[in-house]
Design a protein around this ligand. Structure first.
Ligand SMILES: *Cc1c(COP(=O)(O)O)cnc(C)c1O
Length: 471
């Protein structure tokens, strides 16, 4: 399997090359040259596989530069009941007639990002050992991504993590989750500033090519193809749990921000998994909902990006969206470049409303969308607690609300649960008047010793810290 860039660069790469890279050299995103097609006989064979073996089967179709026995061992080591809490790994439960929750948030940091990040940690360790290389991951986080990356990379050979976060601005629970890690290869850097300062520092360091090369700086951001690929697996696992046979359609609703999660659903559908509809659920930051309703993609300025009670969906532009648009325009790289380089670059928007490719998009690709507000989240959290004695986090609540707008009798609707309620206790308290229960392993973490350095919002200071800690 070879990978190409959405922006038409002539080079073709193998999986392990793009594993350690971010963007393609022309600024595009990597995609496989084609999606492997799954026939009903294969679906039947996969239906009863344990999660780790299903992951191996799907990953094998996209990874041909890791020996099968090694890849199988990596999957087996990643997806265990010990790490994810159950043998099913992503258990499905029926909430009400035809509406299901797929639990993706029982990994180490209680959000779905663990599903991909845990695999990435093991793939990185494997590939770096094979190359005799090292990698220093530099990142910026306001919460979920940073902790998922740290829990995936802790103790891994050949990898160090330097994670910047805005000093004092994460929730006490999130701070405790990250700062209580005592592993020598994990470095928490609290920046005196806001999240944008952290992101600017990461950009400045990455743009210093000499430094970047000398210190082998890499990232784990959501545009990494391996993360997306890992997420394809739980669409298959959800499908098998929601159906008794492989001729039944299923729909999924996905709380969305950077379009990584739902893009994995798109890939599963392109492979032939019988997905009827993919509902993109957004909060007040509704760039994606606007696109699917109107055909206009209009990125927002920082001042127009709302701080909401589903903060992991607070995005101004969706960094994985280019992958879907590439398929939407028939994989025409010139057309893609016009949209993402010329139109977005000059005007901050593109308009496909009159394009035939958009007109039948819902039909061809199955996408629908909806948007929720803070009041919707509170109402959904209360209603779900009252009627089903189930607590959901604000992101999953956005999903549930959207899902109900697209129910079709006889077609199971699977809502992806993207975080556990304890991560967003403040909003749960606002909705219900009490704190959600906390898993045992997180009891009292706020009191643990913290491992964090404080630095000014200055790229030079961060570079100096990295240099000092790289021997
Ligand atoms: C990251 C995240 C999302 C958004 O996922 P994307 O892949 O960026 O669309 C939704 N909910 C939670 C809890 C998250 O952490």
């Amino acid at each position: 399997m070879n990978y190409l860039s959405t922006r038409g660069h002539p080079d073709r790469k193998r999986f392990c090359d793009i594993l350690l890279e971010g963007l393609a050299p022309d600024g595009g995103l990597y995609l496989p040259e084609q999606y492997p097609k799954i026939d009903t006989a294969t679906l039947a064979k996969w239906r009863d596989l344990p999660y780790a073996e299903l992951a191996f089967e799907i990953l094998s179709l996209y990874i041909d530069d890791i020996p099968p026995a090694d890849l199988k061992a990596i999957c087996a080591k990643t997806y265990t009941a010990e790490v994810f809490g159950t043998d099913e790994i992503v258990p499905l439960r029926e909430l009400e007639d035809g509406v299901y929750l797929e639990a993706l948030s029982n990994g180490p940091t209680l959000a779905f990002k663990d599903m991909a990040m845990q695999l990435l940690g093991n793939l990185f360790e494997y590939e770096l050992a094979r190359r005799g290389a090292e990698l220093n991951i530099l990142g910026a986080t306001s919460g979920d991504t940073g902790s998922a990356a740290e829990y995936a990379m802790r103790g891994k050979k050949g990898v160090r993590v330097f994670m910047t976060s805005p000093d004092g601005r994460m929730s006490p629970f999130q701070q405790a989750q990250m700062f209580s890690l005592q592993d020598a290869n994990i470095h928490n850097i609290a920046i005196t500033g806001v999240f944008d300062d952290c992101q600017d520092i990461v950009k400045a360091v990455s743009n210093d090519l000499g430094f970047k090369r000398k210190y082998r700086i890499g990232t784990v951001n959501s545009i990494n193809w391996a993360r997306l690929l890992a997420q394809v697996v739980y669409y298959f696992a959800g499908y098998f749990q929601a159906t008794a046979s492989n001729d039944k359609p299923v729909s999924f609703t996905v709380p969305s921000g950077n379009f990584g999660n739902v893009c994995a659903g798109h890939v599963a559908r392109m492979m032939g998994l019988p997905i009827q509809t993919l509902v993109v659920a957004t909060n007040e930051n509704d760039v994606l909902d606007e696109f699917f309703r109107t055909g206009v993609y209009r990125v927002r300025a920082a001042v127009d990006t709302h701080e909401t009670s589903s903060p992991s969906m607070d995005i101004s532009k969706a960094s994985n969206f280019e992958r879907f648009v590439f398929d939407l325009v028939g994989r025409d790289a010139a057309k893609l470049r016009k949209l993402f380089v010329d139109d977005l670059g000059l005007e901050g928007r593109f308009d496909l409303s009159a394009d035939p490719a958009f007109k039948d998009a819902a039909e061809r690709f199955g996408f629908k969308s909806s948007r929720s507000t803070h009041a919707d989240r509170l109402a959904t959290i209360r209603d779900t607690d009252k009627r089903f004695a189930t607590l959901v986090d604000p992101h999953t609540a956005d999903g549930l609300k959207a899902a109900r707008e697209f129910l079709v009798p006889g077609v199971p609707m699977v809502v992806l649960e993207t975080a556990l309620p304890i991560k967003f206790a403040e909003t749960l308290v606002e909705a219900l008047g009490e704190e959600p229960a906390r898993p045992k392993k997180f009891e009292g973490i706020e009191a643990l010793p913290k491992r964090v350095v404080k630095l000014p919002a200055d790229a030079e200071a961060v570079k100096a810290y990295i240099a000092q800690n790289c021997d």
